[in-house]
Design a protein around this ligand. Structure first.
Ligand SMILES: [Mn+2]
Length: 247
């Protein structure tokens, strides 16, 4: 049983944001040897076009994660909607294991379901179609067989289209669908959910429509994106906290 678990997501690391990379390295330093497991719940990187696209940023991050792992923490990486192509080669270089979306984990306060959260935004039909396409093994194999410059061009175009679409979509569509949340909890028989993606950090106490495992309430923890602040959730025997710190 891990004694202290940390959760982060949505760092959106990129060359142009050296401050966020520095904040991650400092965060790892502060928590080294004081953490048994680190869960990265998606969008560690702003863009990921394949493990063969090696660069200074990914090498630095891998080195820092690896030494964090060697100091005693298991590291788990879950795919986000931006870095879903992050592969087992890169994860291995980080001393990390890739875990599937909506997996149940053990924590000092009981089991929890962890996920990126993008597939809870089910009102965004257009995005859900895109997600289904790019999560297919065949699509990914085809994409990864293209040259790096072809992949870069595709990623840039997808990003522009997503930004345009996001600016005209209603605010509510961009958040999770409450029925999808309860359904996901019920499918897995869980009453604690931790995710990122929406950039709306909060701890939500949910009154369930119908009891799950004889409980009428569930808790949904939303991690924050790293921008002006870094965000993390921590669980130990004393409970769960959601914290932020200035970058
Ligand atoms: Mn995301």
């Amino acid at each position: 049983m891990p004694r202290r678990i940390l959760f982060i997501s949505d760092l959106h690391l990129e060359e142009g944001r050296a401050d966020i990379t520095a904040a991650l390295l400092a965060f790892l330093d502060r928590n080294e040897s004081a953490c048994d497991a680190l869960y990265i719940l998606g969008d560690l990187f702003e863009v990921w076009i394949g493990d063969d696209d090696s660069n200074e940023l990914s090498a630095r991050v891998a080195k820092a994660l690896r030494s964090f792992h060697e100091a005693g923490a298991d590291i788990f990486i879950l795919h986000g909607n931006r870095d879903f192509l992050l592969g087992t080669d890169y994860a291995a270089s980080c001393g990390a294991t890739i875990i599937p979306d909506s997996i149940i984990i053990t924590t000092p306060i009981g089991p929890a379901i962890v996920l990126h959260g993008d597939d809870l935004c089910s009102d965004d039909v257009q995005y859900m179609q895109f997600r289904t396409m790019v999560r297919q093994e065949s699509w990914q194999q085809d994409f990864l067989s293209k040259t790096l410059s072809e992949r870069r061009a595709f990623a840039e175009q997808a990003r522009r289209q997503s930004q345009q679409a996001t600016s005209i979509k209603e605010n509510a569509i961009m958040d999770v669908n409450p029925a999808a949340v309860e359904q996901r909890l019920r499918e897995h028989g869980q009453t604690l959910m931790i995710h990122g993606h929406t950039h709306r950090p909060a701890i939500h106490e949910i009154e369930l429509e119908a009891a799950i495992d004889s409980r009428n309430q569930a808790r949904r923890v939303v991690l924050g994106d790293w921008d002006s602040h870094g965000w993390y959730a921590a669980i130990d025997a004393d409970g769960l906290v959601l914290e932020k710190f200035p970058l």
